[in-house]
Write a protein that binds this ligand. Structure first.
Ligand code: NAD
Length: 254
């Protein structure tokens, strides 16, 4: 069923991993999709596969986001849906945390979410309302050793989602988040390699362990996360706002 026919969706970090699956799922649901990513070449490849539009967008260039979104809105005739999927992960024990890493992870995961919303909301308002879906994580639900920065950025996304949902409710803009568990993407190869160092494990072992520990018995696939994004973006979720939906095979209960 084409639940998103006629809608325009912007997906940050849409070139690969969960973002690419979101672009595919939104497109199958009838939306016109804008694949916004750091890497224009990768974004173009994803956009070609779904007959979407690719744009180069670095969500940490806060001052450029308004003109980025204006260009998108001009080219597509407006914006109805924003998916703030772009995110980065890095592990560091307290003695190894650096100011640069702090700024980088907060700029992408938190600042990128807030300022992309700021840039897109005027366009969503012009359409009489729409939806925003942010990306938290199960790591935002509870802290983990050696992951202070990433976990805290993802907890912040839950809070940002709640505040913006209340602020934008009168504009008929619903704001929700998704908290994925462990999902097999290029990011998890980075996570696995960092755990291999910290926990002295062979490459691939942490990935196997976290998959086996999921109540549903496996790591998530990108599409497992993308389908709930389509639901939250659709009219079927018209009375849902300010929520963070766990999509994690049962890892976290709320
Ligand atoms: P990924 O690393 O595979 O892909 C991330 C995408 O974001 C890439 O295309 C990258 O180029 C883009 N990106 C990075 N920095 C950017 C920037 N400054 N501006 C624009 N684009 C940028 O990651 P993924 O696993 O697909 O994760 C997607 C989202 O889901 C992230 O927010 C991540 O934190 C979250 N998440 C992932 C998992 C998991 O297990 N993979 C679990 C929980 C939450």
């Amino acid at each position: 069923m084409k639940t998103l026919e006629g809608k325009v969706a912007v997906v940050t970090g849409g070139a690969r991993g969960i973002g690419r699956a979101i672009c595919e799922a939104l497109s199958e649901a009838g939306a016109k999709v804008v694949v916004a990513d750091l890497s224009l070449a990768e974004a173009e490849e994803t956009a070609r596969a779904i007959e979407g539009m690719a744009v180069s967008m670095d969500v940490t260039r806060f001052d450029d986001l308004a003109s980025n979104m204006q260009n998108v809105a001009d080219a597509m005739g407006g914006i109805d849906i924003l998916v703030n999927n772009a995110g980065i992960f890095n592990m560091a024990s307290l003695d190894k945390v650096t100011a640069d890493d702090y700024r980088r992870q907060y700029d992408v995961n938190v600042g990128g979410t807030i300022f992309a919303c700021q840039a897109a909301v005027p366009h969503i308002r012009k359409r009489g309302g729409g939806t925003i879906i942010n990306f938290s994580s199960q790591a935002g639900r509870r802290g983990e050793p050696n992951i202070t920065l990433y976990c805290s950025t993802k907890a912040a996304v839950i809070s940002v989602t709640q505040s913006l949902a209340l602020e934008l409710a009168d504009d008929n803009i619903r704001v929700n988040a998704i908290a994925p568990g462990v999902v097999d993407t290029p990011m998890w190869d980075v996570v696995d390699a960092q755990f291999a160092q910290y926990e002295n494990k062979p490459l691939g072992q942490k990935k196997r362990e976290v998959g086996e520990a999921v109540p549903l018995g496996r790591m998530g696939a990108p599409r497992d996360i993308a389908d709930p994004v389509v639901f939250l973006a659709s009219d079927a979720a018209r009375y849902i706002t300010a929520q963070t939906l766990n999509v994690d095979g049962g890892n976290w209960m709320s």
